[in-house]
Design a protein around this ligand. Structure first.
Ligand code: ADP
Ligand code: ASP
Ligand code: MG
Length: 403
């Protein structure tokens, strides 16, 4: 019997009525002769509320306890959904992450799934029951509850689909597919019928919150057919797959953006071999994600290196750099907050020179200053003032004919 995984996000399970609706939708799938796994997020804005509670107690709460706290959100939803199935005359068993056998690395708040022991899930599915699994959480080797990073329920769903060799994984959400840009902020954003794993991975990594990046990674590596679709309608949604037929001959397929970026600049008296390695190894040892890196060495100015980070890791970066000033061997640091990253993505860029030049020209015409740049074969990202983020995204979306 084929297995399918259906995942419902926070908005889609925000009320008891919506949870009953999810159960009804899953029952329809089971009636087609499938084994059905449902992965759910915490109800509505529960995770934000839990974060707020912790912030009232501490500015830097212990990460292990944050995982313990945040994992409760999803546990509420799984129990209610299992009750809804029972109420509708069907059998279902709910599973927290550890009960579902989801083993992760020991990195609190941003753990990667390492393996899934599916025996308990298989047993329940083989008995003809629904398996209801809490998204966003797992357990490390020594039994600590871990969470997978904001938006991580998508990754739970795709990882389970891979482990159970599911026929497909459907991500049900509050938008009816993947758009050329976030439709909440960009006028004329258009729904894509299909998009490649690589393009989706870039968009997700660059801030398109519709899918958790690691979910796309899992889908690509395990060839899981992945669909993003609306939980409120029967529209077909967007298919994410290996190869796509491009609808129009567009070089740029999408525009992504991310607020809350900070730039850190570290200045030296003089450069020495290993100064870059020292900084970035120290940051990596502290599990701090660094994004764009720009080194500047010239005769006239003191040598420096700038890099971008997420604003919410700023305090930690400040502390780690201060604590290791001697060992790293730098002179001073400077921090700029309130920035945003705006990116264009498309596999057609590889063979089309001049895409970056055009992008800078569009931003110049909109009088938007570019603070940092980073390019790859299929994307170009710029860091701009946070107040210019939406304007930049709209200008690029329009200029590249995505609407
Ligand atoms: P869920 O709670 O279901 O996981 P999310 O809020 O995580 O939902 O993701 C859905 C949201 O992603 C949409 O409401 C939309 O505003 C945002 N989004 C960002 N970029 C895109 C995009 N390119 N296409 C569609 N939605 C996007
Ligand atoms: N509840 C978690 C969050 O809000 C995980 C998820 O929804 O995917 O980030
Ligand atoms: Mg999400």
């Amino acid at each position: 019997m084929e297995t399918i995984v259906m995942k419902f996000g926070g908005t889609s399970v925000a009320t008891p009525e919506k949870i009953i609706g999810v159960a009804k939708r899953a029952i329809k799938e089971k009636e087609q002769g499938k084994r059905v796994v449902i992965v759910v997020s915490a109800m509505g804005k529960t995770t934000d509320t839990l974060l707020g509670l912790a912030a009232e107690i501490s500015a830097e709460p212990p990460k292990r306890e944050m995982d313990m706290l945040l994992a409760t959100g999803e546990q509420v939803t799984i129990s209610l959904l299992a009750m809804a199935f029972k109420q509708l005359g069907h059998e279902a068993v709910s599973f927290t992450g550890w009960q579902a056998g989801i083993e992760t690395e020991s990195v609190p708040r941003n753990a990667r799934i390492e393996q899934i022991h599916t025996d308990r899930l298989e047993a329940v599915l083989n008995s003809g029951f629904f398996a209801v699994v809490a998204g966003f959480q797992g357990v490390d080797r020594i039994g600590n509850i871990t969470t997978l990073g904001r938006g991580g329920s998508d990754t739970t769903a795709v990882a389970l689909a891979a482990a159970l060799k599911a026929e497909k994984c459907d991500i049900y959400t509050d938008v009816d597919g993947v758009y050329t840009s976030d439709p909440r902020f960009v006028n004329g954003a258009r729904k894509l019928e299909q998009i490649s794993y690589d393009e989706m991975l870039e968009l997700a990594n660059l801030g398109a919150g519709v899918l958790h990046p690691r979910a796309v990674e899992f889908a690509k590596n395990n060839n899981v057919p992945l669909t993003v679709r609306a939980s409120y309608s029967d529209e077909p949604g967007t298919i994410i797959q290996e190869v796509v037929t491009v609808e129009k001959n567009l070089i740029v397929r999408g525009v992504a953006f991310e607020p809350g970026i900070a730039r850190v600049t570290v200045t030296y008296n003089k450069p020495f071999n290993g100064s870059l390695a020292n900084i970035f190894m120290t940051l990596a040892e502290n599990h701090i994600d660094v994004d764009i890196i720009v080194q500047s060495i010239s005769e006239e100015f003191q040598p420096s290196v700038s890099f971008s980070i997420k604003e919410d890791s700023l305090e930690e970066v400040r502390r780690v750099l201060d604590d290791n000033k001697e060992a790293i061997g730098f002179k001073s640091t400077e921090f700029e907050v309130g920035l945003a990253k705006v990116s264009i993505v498309g596999s057609g860029m590889v063979s089309n020179p001049g895409v970056a030049a055009r992008m800078f020209d569009i931003l110049r015409m909109s009088e938007i200053p570019v603070k940092m740049v980073s390019t790859s074969e299929i994307k170009i990202s710029v860091v701009v003032p946070g107040g210019d983020m939406e304007k930049s995204a709209n200008a690029l979306h329009e200029a590249y004919g995505l609407g």
